[in-house]
Design a protein. Structure first.
Length: 243
């Protein structure tokens, strides 16, 4: 790894790197944000903190600290409920919101966010699933075919982008165009464990394939030195060019 790249990454957070705060309590999440310091500028707040009742409060705190916030709520309900929920979340000032990639759900979320700056991202196929899992769930399509169909549906519904594995990032980029958001979880550097990600790739591979943002969690948050791990990931990302 080039020393110059690491030095640059240590002083400037890469806005394409999203770190998930998948921690049991808001206090633990705050401690992680403090530990990461200026190495990370974009955070994902998911269902664990939401279930604990502290997720939205933490999200607003992070916005107050100048961070970008990704609400990974994965909304999935009847259209009216999704629309109303998206309208409430749009008032938070947060940046990204996930919904499941079904046409009614996506279109309702887009209506709900109205004229706010909240970006609606459709979950195509969870990165923990492989083709055998999809077959067991009753899908006739393989993962890539299902992802492609849902990307087309997301575009038609007016979504701003999709959540897709690094292996489908190039497909999403080619279908969505230059400004389409392609957020890839399941990103694992070569020096980290794959954990429960069935369709993982490295940060450089994901960006080269067409990802606009990557989500990288445990390699950073479970490290003995989270800030150093984040800087190491950012240095690898810089090899794909700065945003």
């Amino acid at each position: 790894m080039a020393a110059a790249a690491l030095a640059h990454a240590s002083t400037t957070a890469d806005p394409r790197l999203i770190v998930p705060l998948d921690l049991p309590t808001a206090d633990e999440a705050r401690a992680m944000v403090d530990a990461l310091g200026e190495a990370v500028s974009f955070y994902k707040v998911g269902l664990e903190l939401f279930a604990g009742g502290e997720g939205m409060g933490l999200a607003r705190e992070l916005k107050g600290r100048g961070k970008q916030v990704f609400l990974d709520w994965k909304l999935h309900d009847i259209g009216t409920t999704v629309q109303r929920a998206a309208a409430v979340l749009a008032q938070s000032g947060c940046d990204f919101l996930t919904v499941h990639g079904e046409p009614q759900v996506m279109a309702s979320a887009v209506r709900g966010r109205g004229s706010s700056d909240l970006k609606i991202l459709a979950v195509t196929v969870l990165t923990s699933l492989n083709d055998a899992d999809l077959e067991e769930m009753g899908y006739a399509e393989r993962s890539r075919a299902l992802v492609e169909r849902r990307i087309h549906q997301a575009i038609a519904a007016g979504c701003d982008g999709v959540i897709a594995s690094p292996h489908e990032a190039a497909l999403a980029r080619s279908l969505g165009g230059r400004d389409f958001l392609v957020v890839t979880p399941g990103v694992r550097p070569d020096w980290s464990a794959k954990n429960d990600q069935a369709r993982a790739a490295t940060p450089l591979e994901a960006l080269t394939a067409g990802a606009s943002h990557i989500v990288c969690g445990r390699p950073i948050t479970a490290a003995n030195d989270p800030q150093g791990a984040a800087q190491r990931v950012a240095a690898e990302m810089a090899q794909a060019g700065r945003p």
